[in-house]
Design a binder for this molecule. Structure first.
Ligand SMILES: *[C@@H]1O[C@H](CO)[C@@H](O)[C@H](O)[C@H]1NC(C)=O
Ligand SMILES: *[C@@H]1O[C@H](CO)[C@@H](O)[C@H](O)[C@H]1NC(C)=O
Ligand SMILES: *[C@@H]1O[C@H](CO)[C@@H](O)[C@H](O)[C@H]1NC(C)=O
Ligand SMILES: *[C@@H]1O[C@H](CO)[C@@H](O)[C@H](O)[C@H]1NC(C)=O
Ligand SMILES: *[C@@H]1O[C@H](CO)[C@@H](O)[C@H](O)[C@H]1NC(C)=O
Ligand SMILES: *[C@@H]1O[C@H](CO)[C@@H](O)[C@H](O)[C@H]1NC(C)=O
Ligand SMILES: *[C@@H]1O[C@H](CO)[C@@H](O)[C@H](O)[C@H]1NC(C)=O
Ligand SMILES: *[C@@H]1O[C@H](CO)[C@@H](O)[C@H](O)[C@H]1NC(C)=O
Ligand SMILES: *[C@@H]1O[C@H](CO)[C@@H](O)[C@H](O)[C@H]1NC(C)=O
Ligand SMILES: CC(=O)N[C@H]1CO[C@H](CO)[C@@H](O)[C@@H]1O
Length: 791
């Protein structure tokens, strides 16, 4: 575990809202007889006639050659230079058919849509101003993080630039002018801000409604939160209505930020069909970020999980970024706790799951007049409220269980109500006004099963664990006149065990690509405080018509964990300029913690039992150890291509992802075995499988070293590592080894179900390279997993 030094004066700010962009392909025009729609067109750039000075001129010329009078004007949305070779445009079916007859045409994809997936965390991660990664990296000095999100609130103190040196000369980005935004909003911290909305505007979404700004300004708070989590400046005395008081700091407080706004407001009433982002815009934002010169990209959003990699704009854009040495962190998604819910699972992306931190926010409950016993419950009720000895109400007839929905609100008026969750683990009453006559609610929950969002309730509500709830119940049953005192706005630190896997965190494997274990890593993503857009009505409060606004908000999501890893990548990049994106990822993965702060395996919040690598990946990120991993597993662009070949993607499909010409692609070395720091054996309706993994590790520590391969292997798995000892003469020398994994589940009952809710069929263990004459420990999970969920 990282040292869990905890001091209340250095709370951290980091937010990742779990807005997973679940994209859906739009069917053509359901609203009128016009068959025009937005398309992404991939072209073979090697076929461009030399008479055209740029690809943009070539595409424009092709577009004018296919235009006609009947179909109306062609709208050329974007030309893409880095993320892919091609462009996006609004075309009719007839125009598209003509375009597809152009010999250089490779592929067409219709527009697809996505959704977005939320301080004390630097401390919890063991970042310290005097030793370790922070001072070594000069807090992220000279690294530029591009964030693709809902925009940014530039006036937030978290984007102050007092301590920042001049903007790096290599920066090519700019600050765009628009509604309530102009270049003077950028400074030495926020060095770029743009928005990409042409694709959204072709859908039903008008930008610059009363809800959104036609500019890089944040309409929601999400982008302000993720940006300040990754690289916000230090701000003292931050809190959220009394909760989580402390100093807010991004993970890389000296790194620069550039905002690429690609997420927009959608007021479409049908939640299932509403979305926040268009593929054409996300591609344009990533294209521009590469052009501008970012070093790290952070995307807390996703497209529909079943899109193949070649049709997924984030996977396509990230490939181009990684090719240029840019590290790309993405949220794993908030579709947990079931297995096979991973999003953003392409092997070149670093996919981040979410965990809790060692901090509880809520209310202190004291029972009875003189009862010295206090109980801490979870709450974010935005009022520094102290209720002194209020009558405590518990049900009418059945004194063993009373769901909140059964409470007689007339009888309970003015009292604090104690009630149980219902069978579905729900509160049983709405988050809104229904319970406004009561003084407050103590909700007895079934621990992890309870997924109600405490921040949605207008009534002062405290959620207690089953153990504490049972204690309160026994007090209630003993007393004739039970009373309770409740103090909101309380923060407790040093909570054990922590971290736990957050219930919503999406779980592996990735259904499109189960040969690579996903998620890669876990980072803080539960109850994270970070900067917010202060114009957004946010916190519900009793009696108020409106919601309270705030400069700093507490939210949860893999959206919040992703920018933590982006910030750590910035720190590592600052310390190791020569590391590739996959070396940075390897350093984080092989040094991650699999034990919590109580020295047990990290548990899953949903089940309260030990999680597995399919829940937390390689473990919880430990930045100080990642700085000095000893060995790294590097993966090159060609390796990813060989992987795509082995997935049986066609050459045009591989060309779409890699930006290569289809003719130049060779699948001679196709393999599903990437030089990855984890091992996944896919069981496809079999009890037995044997896989030989070939790996090469690079010594990134100074001088020579010797390592021994240690194995922790479960029943039903046999593993041989060859050679079992590897030697390095000097820094950057490499060593090859083979890992043979033989899985036979028949001896243990055919299938062994591991993981939450028995979704996973399989098993897991670890290979750890232990340095014999030094201190480095390089751990990799080995999992066997069913190719598809249990049916
Ligand atoms: C840009 O915005 C700032 C702050 O709102 C304002 O003071 C300034 O006049 C604006 N500049 C331009 C060129 O509009
Ligand atoms: C609580 O303590 C006060 C002062 O010690 C005492 O007067 C009172 O009777 C106690 N109440 C109960 C219910 O024990
Ligand atoms: C009271 O609730 C418990 C738990 O739901 C249930 O087992 C019991 O049968 C109920 N008793 C009555 C009298 O309704
Ligand atoms: C309630 O009474 C039972 C039985 O006397 C006792 O074991 C329990 O500790 C009491 N609970 C509280 C909260 O005082
Ligand atoms: C790819 O095709 C080959 C040959 O048909 C087949 O053996 C292999 O299982 C396929 N791979 C995947 C990942 O579907
Ligand atoms: C560890 O052993 C290797 C190989 O024998 C040697 O080159 C290296 O200097 C040793 N390192 C330390 C720290 O002793
Ligand atoms: C790993 O296995 C391959 C294929 O059998 C073999 O060619 C290679 O020499 C082995 N590598 C090591 C380090 O044993
Ligand atoms: C796997 O093993 C179990 C128990 O030995 C057996 O019942 C089952 O039929 C086997 N399944 C397959 C696909 O071989
Ligand atoms: C599993 O096997 C089925 C049937 O042969 C095949 O269609 C599917 O692609 C396989 N899945 C994987 C992940 O190899
Ligand atoms: C909410 C919003 O951004 N409204 C703007 C829409 O555009 C007009 C004209 O540019 C502005 O005046 C509004 O402020």
């Amino acid at each position: 575990m990282a040292p869990m030094a905890v001091s209340s004066s250095s709370l951290i700010i980091a937010v990742f809202i779990c807005f997973s962009l679940a994209a859906t392909s739009l069917s053509t025009s359901d609203d009128d007889d016009n068959d025009r729609q937005s398309y992404i067109i991939h072209m073979d750039k090697s076929a461009m006639p030399s008479s055209f000075p740029t690809p943009h001129d070539w595409y424009s010329s092709i577009l004018s050659s296919i235009s006609d009078h009947e179909s109306g004007p062609i709208i050329h949305l974007y030309t893409y230079t880095h993320v892919m070779n091609g462009f996006s445009a609004v075309l009719s079916k007839a125009q598209l058919a003509r375009l597809e007859r152009t010999p250089a045409h490779i592929a067409t994809f219709p527009e697809s849509m996505g959704r977005r997936h939320t301080t004390h965390t630097p401390d919890f991660l063991g970042l310290n101003t005097r030793a370790g990664l922070w001072p070594a990296a000069k807090f992220g000095d000279d690294v530029i993080i591009g964030v693709l999100d809902t925009g940014i609130w530039p006036e937030s103190e978290s984007f102050g630039d007092t301590l920042m040196p001049p903007v790096p000369a290599r920066w090519r980005g700019t600050c765009e002018t628009g509604t309530e935004f102009n270049s003077s909003h950028c400074n030495r911290k926020l060095i770029g801000a743009r928005k990409f909305s042409r694709g959204m505007e072709q859908q039903r979404i008008p930008i610059n409604t009363t809800e959104d700004f036609d500019s890089p300004r944040d309409f929601l708070g999400h982008g302000t939160h993720t940006s300040s989590t990754a690289a916000g400046s230090r701000v003292d005395n931050v809190d959220y209505f009394g909760y989580a008081k402390g100093t807010a700091s991004g993970i890389a407080p000296m790194a620069r930020l550039a905002m690429y706004k690609v997420l927009f407001y959608d007021d479409y009433q049908d939640v299932e069909k509403s979305y926040d982002a268009a593929a054409t815009d996300v591609l344009a934002g990533m294209d521009q970020a590469i052009e501008d010169g970012v070093d790290v990209m952070s995307l807390s959003l996703a497209f529909f999980e079943t899109l193949p990699f070649y049709e997924n704009p984030i996977a396509v854009g990230a490939f181009a970024a990684v090719k240029k040495g840019i590290f790309v962190a993405c949220s794993a998604g908030n579709g947990g706790p079931h297995g096979y819910t991973m999003q953003n699972g392409a092997p070149w992306i670093t996919a981040v799951g979410a965990g809790t931190v060692d901090r509880d926010l809520g209310a202190l409950i004291t029972l009875g007049e003189n009862n010295s016993i206090t109980v801490f419950g979870h709450s974010l009720y935005p009022e520094n409220l102290f209720l002194d000895r209020v009558p405590l109400y518990f049900g009418r007839g059945n004194r063993s269980k009373e769901t909140c929905g059964d409470v007689d609100l007339k009888e309970a008026a003015g009292k604090f109500v104690f009630c149980d969750h219902d069978e579905n683990g729900e509160a049983g009453f709405g988050p809104s006004d229904e319970a406004s006559a009561v003084a407050g609610v103590i909700l007895n929950t079934n621990d992890g099963e309870f997924e109600e969002h405490v921040e949605d309730f207008k009534t002062p509500i405290v959620i207690v664990s089953t153990k504490d709830g049972d204690y309160i119940k026994s007090y209630l049953l003993n007393s004739t006149k039970p009373t309770v005192s409740v103090s909101f706005g309380s923060t407790e630190l040093g909570i054990k065990p922590a971290p736990k896997v957050a219930y919503f965190s999406a779980r592996g494997p990735d259904v499109r690509s189960p040969w690579i274990l996903k998620p890669d890593i876990m980072a803080p993503g539960y109850d994270i405080i970070a900067a917010w857009a202060p114009n957004v009505p946010f916190a519900p409060i009793r009696g108020g018509e409106d919601y309270l606004k705030t400069d700093y908000a507490i939210i949860s999501g893999t959206s919040m964990s992703c920018p933590h890893v982006a910030g750590i990548a910035a720190l590592l990049k600052s310390t190791h300029r020569d590391w590739s994106p996959s070396m940075i990822r390897s350093a984080m993965m092989t040094t991650a913690d699999i034990l919590d702060n109580a020295e047990g395996t990290i548990i899953d919040m949903t089940t309260a039992v030990a999680g597995t690598p399919l829940d937390f990946g390689s473990g919880h990120v430990n930045p100080n150890r990642a700085m000095d991993p000893g060995l790294v597993y590097d993966v090159g662009v060609k390796d990813y291509m060989n992987y795509l070949c082995a997935m049986n993607y066609t050459k045009p499909q591989i060309a779409v992802i890699t930006g290569e010409s289809p003719d130049s692609i060779s699948c001679e070395f196709a393999t599903l075995d990437l030089n990855y720091p984890s091992f996944s054996v896919v069981m496809n309706n079999t009890n037995t499988s044997t896989v030989v993994f070939q790996r090469v590790v690079t010594n990134v520590a100074s001088g020579g070293s010797v390592y021994r391969g240690d194995l922790e292997i479960p029943k039903g798995m046999r593993v041989v590592v060859e050679p079992a000892t590897i030697r390095f003469d000097e820094k950057y020398s490499t060593a090859a080894f083979n890992v043979t994994v033989e899985v036979d589940l028949s001896g243990i009952g055919g299938v062994d179900y591991v993981g939450i809710k028995s979704d996973y069929i399989g098993n897991y263990g670890y290979l750890t390279w232990v340095e014999l004459n030094g201190t480095h420990v390089v751990r990799s999970p080995i999992v066997s997993v069913a190719a598809s969920p249990k049916t």
